[in-house]
Every structure is written in C-alpha cells, then in structure tokens.
Design a protein around this ligand. Structure first.
Ligand SMILES: [Mg+2]
Length: 255
C-alpha cells in the first residue's frame, strides 16, 4: 500500500473538462480491487443464515440465528466451530456442512444482486482498477453469482472457497486473489463483514466496508475498514473518495 499521491498530470487536452481526473492506469497507480460476493454484490446473507440454522437443527444442534448471522463471511470450514464449538465441528462438522449445501440449494433461487452491484464493478474498471472477486462460497455458487451479475466479461478473475484450505478470516483467499493479478502490487478489499476486513488486514491490504450484509458500521471500522458505505450503489457513487481513503491508509498490520 502506497501513501504517495499519483504524479501530477499535464493539463487536459482541449475539449476535456478542466477537472478531468486521470484514470489509475494513466496515473501509473494501478490499485487492484478484491471484491467479496455474498452480502456485498449478491443479497444472500439471510438465506445463508437460515440455511445454516436448518442444517444445525438437522443434526440436533440448536443455534440462535443471530449468532449465525454474526459469522456470515466465514466459509463453512470456519463457521461450524466458531458458532457451535470445536466438539460439534469434530463430531458433526462435515455432516452439517453437507446439510447446509442442501438447505441453501433450496433457497438459492431467491437470491438477487444487491443495488449497484454491477455498477460498482464497471465503475472500478472505468477507473483502471483490475477486479478480482474473492468469495468463501462454494465454486458452484460463485459461478451462479457471476451469471446473476453478468460479470464474467467485467472482472479479471475470481476465486472461491474451493481454492483454499482456510476461508476468511484467514488471509488465504485474499492472498490467492492477489496472486491472480501478479502485475498489481497494491489492492483494496471490498466486503460486507468484519471477517473481510480482518482477512484483508492479515494479507496487508486496506478494506472498504458496505452495510448490505447486516454488519454495523462501527463493527466494520473496528475490524479495520478505512471507510464504510451503505451498499455497492453508494460506494460506486463515491468511489473516487473511497479509493483515495484506501490509498492513504497505512500499510495494514497483521493481527
Ligand atoms: Mg460477504
């Protein structure tokens, strides 16, 4: 993460607005964007919460839904132990994850893109920011979301929970996403949960938060987000200032 401002540019050519800003590519500062999917681009968090609740109940484990919701953003490899404890993970983890896959499949036809999701991706690209989608979701679910967003031609790459052994809040998924764009050295992570921000910090990148996943602004800031917006549409409308805040953030410290 660099804190240096982009180099000054020559005046715009005749006919261009005087306040025209150079794209990041023109300025020589390519800030890559690593963008979460669930709760950030696609409205899935409450369906996932219900699916996990039903999956735990299928195996006789009673977990209040609010506790599950607080752990949205983790992949299934992390969520079972975090919500229900190590003993449940050890004895029932794989069975509960299998149930959750089935339960979520019952609900997936309900999920829709969040307001401004596709516009955020195109706005990032129009500012010269390469985009990698980084989701803890299972590969088949992520493929479905790409179709819902009609984003295969917009994003540069994507990663899923199938690409790593440990999902968020571990930094593995963020690191793999960054590796997909080896020509880019600085990234910002955009996500809806505290786990996105923690994973970003552990990977050494700043994070921008959105409230569309149900986490509060103070939670997201406490987890390390440098700035927070209502949703993808709000972030797209204020993208330049958001990216400036990310560029100005000190290098994240591993926690
Ligand atoms: Mg998310």
């Amino acid at each position: 993460m660099t804190s240096q401002p982009p180099p000054r540019q020559p005046p715009p050519a005749s006919g261009e607005p005087l306040d025209a800003q150079p794209t990041q590519e023109e300025a020589g500062v390519a800030l890559g964007a690593i963008v979460d999917i669930d709760g950030t681009l696609i409205d899935t968090n409450y369906q996932h919460t219900v699916a996990w609740g039903r999956a735990f109940a299928d195996h006789g484990v009673d977990v209040p839904l609010w506790r599950i919701h607080r752990h949205n953003g983790m992949g299934g490899d992390q969520l079972v132990a975090a919500v229900a404890g190590d003993d449940v993970e050890e004895q029932l983890g794989d069975a509960i994850r299998e149930s959750e896959s089935q339960r979520y499949a019952e609900l997936i036809d309900e999920v829709r893109p969040l307001p401004g999701a596709r516009e955020l991706l195109t706005a990032l690209r129009s500012r010269g920011c390469p985009v990698v989608l980084a989701s803890s979701a299972k590969p088949g679910e992520a493929e479905r979301y790409l179709d819902l967003l009609d984003a295969r031609q917009i994003v540069d790459a994507w990663t899923t929970g199938g690409d790593v052994d440990r999902t968020k809040p571990h930094p593995d998924l963020i690191a793999v996403a960054a590796e997909r764009l080896p020509e880019v050295s600085d990234f910002v992570v955009i996500g809806d949960t505290a786990w996105d921000a923690v994973a970003a910090g552990r990977a050494g990148f700043p994070a921008i938060g959105v409230l569309s996943g149900g986490f509060g602004a103070s939670e997201l800031r406490d987890a390390g987000c440098v700035t927070v917006f209502v949703d993808a549409a709000d972030l797209a409308a204020h993208l330049e200032s958001a990216l400036d805040a990310a560029r100005a953030a000190p290098a994240a410290v591993a926690r």
